[in-house]
Design a protein around this ligand. Structure first.
Ligand SMILES: [Zn+2]
Ligand SMILES: [Zn+2]
Length: 357
């Protein structure tokens, strides 16, 4: 048991605050990680808006990297001293989805994940004897975290921590959508709707895939200018595109924007929905065009990735200069500046903010 500083979510409408909490030693199949970097991702902010419901108190943070400081009994895939990036989708390895190499779709631990516990249904976090919950089994806006072994993915030791961290969410989601789901080929034309973290990584993925036209779509001129720096060949403030594309990626999670993505693809093209829509939302698409133009509509979750395969694969593309992830990292903060970090995100700052420890 150790006392650590962590960002804490208390109630909807109240920003994260730094508090002291207690963290127990890792149990069987668990890993203690000393955090080095944690990305400021929109998904954590959904706790504050109430769009994602979690118990009070919860430690947020799901895009992180750090050094393994201790391992619990039975851990075999991770060693003390390893640099690991965190995977926010714990998987069992044995169910139909896992056997199909789609571990992000594993249903086995969904209950624990959204209840805010680790896989055995209990928490390692507490405050003065009261349980404190782990957001998506990662809880990495904290000096240390304890995660299930499957949520700690080793990377080459010389990977910079901020690069390792961003691989754990935005990069895998965006680049995976392009390489794993759409399988964009050299010369293909692409449109990306929404230029937040995932959209920007989708653009980087399209560049890495050798796409031809890459159209960035957003309502913010500033975000479009940044998308252009990352490799977008055209930008559009309007979601209605003049010239259609082979692949359209919706990276926000808005039904109207999904419709625009559908309309933006050529006959035979593919619309890929990567943004998470609100739980009860419905999307309306024109059935006639869908059939007669043989359009494909595909969902992708966490980049259709296998973390243990894809985190190292994308890290290697970064090493070769084919995924210039450092261009994404525009701002750094200390953990104590978490309120500022989220105020900047919500205020529309471009690129990725990163908490460094
Ligand atoms: Zn599974
Ligand atoms: Zn995220």
């Amino acid at each position: 048991m150790r006392t650590i500083s962590a960002a804490v979510f208390r109630e909807v409408g109240t920003p994260f605050r730094i508090e002291s909490v207690q963290l127990a030693d890792p149990g069987p199949g668990e890993v203690l990680v000393k955090m080095q970097a944690a990305g400021v991702c929109h998904s954590d902010w959904h706790l504050v808006t109430g769009a994602t419901k979690v118990p009070s108190l919860t430690v947020p943070g799901h895009e992180g990297a750090g050094i393994v400081e201790a391992v619990g009994p039975g851990v075999s895939q991770v060693r003390v001293g390893d640099l690991v990036a965190l995977n926010w989708a714990p998987y069992c390895g044995l169910c139909e989805c896992c056997l199909d190499n789609l571990p992000a779709l594993c249903q086995e631990y969904l209950k624990q994940k959204w209840a805010g516990t680790l896989l055995d249904g209990t928490t390692r976090l507490s405050q003065n004897g009261t349980p404190v919950y782990h957001f998506t089994a990662t809880a990495c806006f904290a000096e240390y975290t304890v995660v299930p072994e499957c949520c700690a993915v080793p990377l080459p030791a010389d990977t910079p921590p901020a690069i390792a961290a961003v691989l754990g969410c935005a990069v895998t989601t965006g680049v995976g959508a392009v390489l794993n789901k759409a399988r964009v080929a050299p010369g293909d034309s692409v449109a990306v709707f929404g230029c937040g973290g995932v959209g920007l990584c989708t653009i980087l993925g399209a560049v890495a895939a050798g796409a031809g036209r890459i159209v960035a779509v957003d309502v913010s001129e500033e975000k479009l200018a940044f998308a252009h720096l990352l490799g977008a060949t055209e930008t559009s403030l309007s979601p209605v595109l003049e010239k259609r594309v082979d692949f359209a990626f919706e990276c926000v999670g808005l039904p109207e924007l999904q419709r625009h993505a559908f309309d933006a693809i050529k006959p035979g093209g593919m619309a890929v929905f990567a943004g998470i829509t609100p739980t009860d939302s419905l999307t309306s698409l024109p059935g006639a065009a869908w059939t007669r133009q043989e359009k494909t509509v595909a969902g992708t979750y966490y980049g259709t990735a296998h973390p243990r395969r894809d985190f190292p694969r994308f890290a290697e593309l970064w090493r070769q200069g084919r995924l210039p992830l450092e261009k994404l990292l525009t701002r750094t903060y200390e953990l104590g500046q978490i309120e500022t970090a989220y105020a900047d995100l919500v205020g529309g700052a471009v690129g990725r903010g990163m908490i460094v420890f």
